[in-house]
Design a protein around this ligand. Sequence first.
Ligand SMILES: Nc1ncnc2c1ncn2[C@@H]1O[C@H](COP(=O)(O)OP(=O)(O)O)[C@@H](O)[C@H]1O
Ligand SMILES: [Mg+2]
Length: 258
Amino acid sequence: MSLIKTEDLCLGYESHVIVSDLNCKVDPGDYLCIVGENGSGKSTLMKTLLGLQRPIGGKIIMGDGLKMSQIGYLPQQTDVQRDFPASVKEIVMSGFQGKCGLRPFYTADERQTAEACMKRMSIDDLEDRCYRDLSGGQQQRVLLARALCATEMILLLDEPVTGLDPKVTADMYELISRLNKEGTAIIMISHDIGAAVKYASHILHIGDTIFFGTTREYLESEAGKLFRASDAAASSVHGDRSSDDMDRDGQKEGDVEC
Ligand SMILES: Nc1ncnc2c1ncn2[C@@H]1O[C@H](COP(=O)(O)OP(=O)(O)O)[C@@H](O)[C@H]1O
Ligand SMILES: [Mg+2]
């Protein structure tokens, strides 16, 4: 059974529709990348999946006993959030707030889980440091550890590499990929379509038209072909890495006829 499935989902604010008739799903172990222009509705979709925003129409179906409050979430970062004056440990522990309800303390189990999540993200030695004094990459690891406190089943990551330098970005992608290989389903919003086709099993492209399918299907689709053309043009101008040498699970993208 899918962890999350949308049926003819219609998103927006008040009665202003931003995305309509969205049908997609995430199964256990999937890695879904959501791509699309700025303002196309990617963050709104995440907030709607988390229950922070009411859908205008359609349905969101949660499977495998998953509750919205158990979804791990790494929000899109603003400068104000980057300056948050709390310790690393406090930020990580706040990942349990969805489970605490009115209980004003954390349980021993929750403290142990937080320790384990910090170790997994290699930030256990930073636990007493102030969050705002950390580097961008360290801050994102803290937020990943926080998201993992909510669940190991599924993480929603809204532009987790924005503002990071290329080396730290690559490390972050590897870390997320490792979590996925260890069994956590990932939904990630990204502007980096090259990385999306490298790591994701599925792509949701939100724009004038909506595409949802496997990464292979995406690369063969009109939306995917358009991307490849614009990505190749950008690479030849900027000397960036091309998507041509990217693969997922050892599957060479060159196998795909485009
Ligand atoms: N709280 C809000 N109230 C009204 N409109 C909003 C709100 N948040 C975002 N929007 C609008 O919804 C559209 C989609 O925004 P968003 O989901 O943040 O896009 P993306 O994440 O794809 O860049 C944009 O036009 C944005 O201005
Ligand atoms: Mg956004």
